[in-house]
Design a protein around this ligand. Sequence first.
Ligand code: AMP
Ligand code: MG
Length: 403
Amino acid sequence: MLRAMERLNDCFAASDRLLTVGEAAERLQTRLVPVVGHERVPLSAARDRILAEPLVSGLNVPGYDNAAVDGYAFAQGQKRYRIAGRAAAGQPFPYQLAPGDAVRILTGAPMPEGADTVAMQEDCRLDGETVTVPAGLDAGSNYRKAGENIRQGETVFEAGRRLGPLQLGVAASLGVTMLEVFRPLRVALFSTGDELALPGKPLAPGQLYDSNRTMLRAFLEADGLVVTDLGILSDDAPSVKVALVEAAAGHDVVITSAGISTGEEDHVAASVSALHFWRLAVKPGRPLALGSIGNAAFVGLPGNPVAAAACFVMLVRPMLGLLGGGGWTPPPSTSVPAGFTMKKKTGRREWLRVRLDGNGAARKAGPDGSALLHVMAEADGLLDIPEHVAAIAPGDHFSMFRL
Ligand code: AMP
Ligand code: MG
């Protein structure tokens, strides 16, 4: 664990020059390692957890040869067979097939011993106690072979895999009851600023409602992290320090928003040891603060809600993925054409809030402005405009990160 903290501090100690988003991501991605231990949990408690050990199958899947269709099972060699019995799912034909015999078989039923082919019932002719099978069927037709999907001993999921409903279903299909998973990252979450009010309370002059904390908590919990919501810190250095140091003691990561630029009201910086401001060449931007408090990592997000959200989904969530054992997890992206014209400053990346129109072209979701969270909430994604681009014309293709 100590090694993980050393790596963290080493990683965060970036130079003070302007960093491109690519450089920042590269640095985080290559230097961070999981900071959490493992535990064994039952499948019922494993949803959204992250596998800490590969899931290796103890079984062949399917476990036995079985019929893929409803029909008749037989051994190749003749055209007409005596029907010797029946096999259904869960009700095997209990005998070795005698020469010249066939078995009525239903989908999923184990292949009778001695049979090598299944003929579909639609292709067979029944005549009392006998069945005539179609000519030209290859041996091996219409049944699934034991182990054809998963072999015993095969790794089904690697460590680092997030366990959603489908992955848990697969684990159950292998007869597994417990899984070795990473302990979830414990995150302490604060907002900072004297201007912030709690939703539900009246607004005093000059106040606005705290939106970042509700948003960030929801993002974090949706990823399966354990969040302690510690409320709003006032712009008062001594009380900020006490709160952050206390929070660090019981958590893996402390996350704040706002209060980290260089304005004289910014008190968070004074409380964090080994604090590094990453000045990122991106809009919406403001510095991202990274550091440590005791044994916890510290992440200071920008205050403006759009900047906080963009920075979170593009860099901080992937980074938390790594610290929690799930690997670097950027949002999924697709290449889309722009449906608008725009001039842009070079040397800086831009993440534009866009919606896809009926033709699949990206259009601005609303006005820019890093306080306009409702515009981002209506967007399909962030259109990623690289540093070198000076102008956008309709039809130019860019990556869009899904929100
Ligand atoms: P700061 O980084 O403290 O200068 O804050 C930048 C801007 O973000 C200011 O306009 C703040 O009022 C606003 N802001 C800071 N925290 C929040 C929050 N939790 N919810 C909504 N807006 C915020
Ligand atoms: Mg502030």
